[in-house]
Design a protein around this ligand. Sequence first.
Ligand code: ADP
Ligand code: NI
Length: 195
Amino acid sequence: MIEKAIEYVRNIFAGDSSGHDFYHTMRVYRLALQIAQEEGADAQAVALAALLHDVDDRKLSSETWEKKDNAVSFLRSNGVSAEQIAHITQIISDVSFSAGRVCTTLEGKCVQDADRLDAIGAIGVARAFAYGGSRGRVMHDPEGKDDSTTIAHFYQKLLLLKERMNTQTGKRLAEQRDAYTRAFLSEFLAEWDTN
Ligand code: ADP
Ligand code: NI
């Protein structure tokens, strides 16, 4: 079933250029499994929730977001029990930062940490600019009046993520990525000011 889920998300996200491409899902899947192993979480639920965590994303698929229709129909057609489907869709609902929820399950904590790790570090920086570009956002407003710029997103979200890691493993993995994100930001602002 994991193989099928990988093929399923490959088809959905193959051409994405907004920071949610197929490889984002695969990184979250691998990181989430690594965290799950260290934290003793249910690997099957973590694997499926990680693979399906963006298929009903509010921004990408607003019409299926509420009921997680894509994830549910994939799981149903692969014979997953109703109870396990409820567990997996709960994890997926917990993952999104903007929902502001605290994860209710250990499995949700693992997937959320993995998703957040992919939003920081070199790849996180690249994804933020890809996402900003996809929405027509400007990179930076030196006057600080525009709060929808990609640099503003660093202060609104990226710099906060290390402190919000749920698991010890997530915290450990966030250290280097957070340091890189901060180094990038200071270099960016220093270069901006010299030009
Ligand atoms: P996910 O769906 O993976 O939980 P999001 O959809 O919130 O995460 O964000 C996907 C990527 O786009 C992340 O790398 C995030 O930092 C970036 N992103 C989200 N909102 C913005 C924004 N307003 N400006 C720049 N980047 C953003
Ligand atoms: Ni994601």
